[in-house]
Design a protein around this ligand. Structure first.
Ligand SMILES: [Zn+2]
Length: 184
């Protein structure tokens, strides 16, 4: 009697588990399938930018970008419902889907700038929030070779600096540097 009750409970538990897995898989697939993949040309630009991060020694971020991330070229239904954080890219954590918008290809001057954007998104892939992502990129921009001397007039540089100043003003209080940047 008790063993048949045990079997019934076990069957319910297994059924619940299967329903959970199928629901999550369906949700994940719907995110992937509701957006287009990147073209071969776009994907090769993304890969070149990841190579820049690799050479600069961002091992953890490169690992996430190369092995865990699905890249998409426009919004899935979930992104379309929420306000955009920036015009270049967006990440669905914990699903590790990164949407790369046209501005990522249009306004960046080279692979280094595209690497800076991917570095920001790679922090989100690891579960870090917005202030962390902005701070991490700004603190590491010299390591990446993304410096004011070379990129100070680029659209992406000026946009990211403005957003970083808004979200982490404490990084711009060093009067000995231009714009008060503590991480020049
Ligand atoms: Zn972000």
């Amino acid at each position: 009697m008790s063993s048949s009750l045990g079997r019934r409970i076990l069957r319910r538990v297994v059924a619940c588990f299967v329903i959970c897995i199928v629901t999550i898989a369906g949700f994940y697939l719907s995110l992937l399938l509701s957006a287009r993949p990147l073209s071969a040309e776009e994907m090769s630009k993304v890969e070149s930018a990841i190579d820049v991060l690799d050479k600069a020694g961002f091992d953890t971020e490169v690992y996430y970008l190369r092995y865990y991330t699905f890249f998409r070229g426009n919004d899935n239904w979930l992104n379309a419902m929420v306000p955009k954080e920036n015009a270049y890219a967006a990440t669905n954590y914990p699903f590790e889907i990164m949407t790369v918008y046209p501005d990522f290809f249009v306004y960046t001057t080279d692979d280094v700038e595209r690497a800076a954007i991917l570095l920001h998104e790679a922090r989100h892939l690891q579960g870090y929030d917005e202030p962390d992502a902005y701070e991490f990129v700004w603190k590491n921009k010299a390591k990446l070779g993304w410096t004011r001397e070379k990129y100070g007039v680029s659209v992406v540089w000026r946009n990211v600096r403005k957003q970083t100043m808004e979200i982490a003003p404490g990084m711009f209080i060093c009067e000995f540097n231009e714009m008060g940047d503590c991480y020049e």
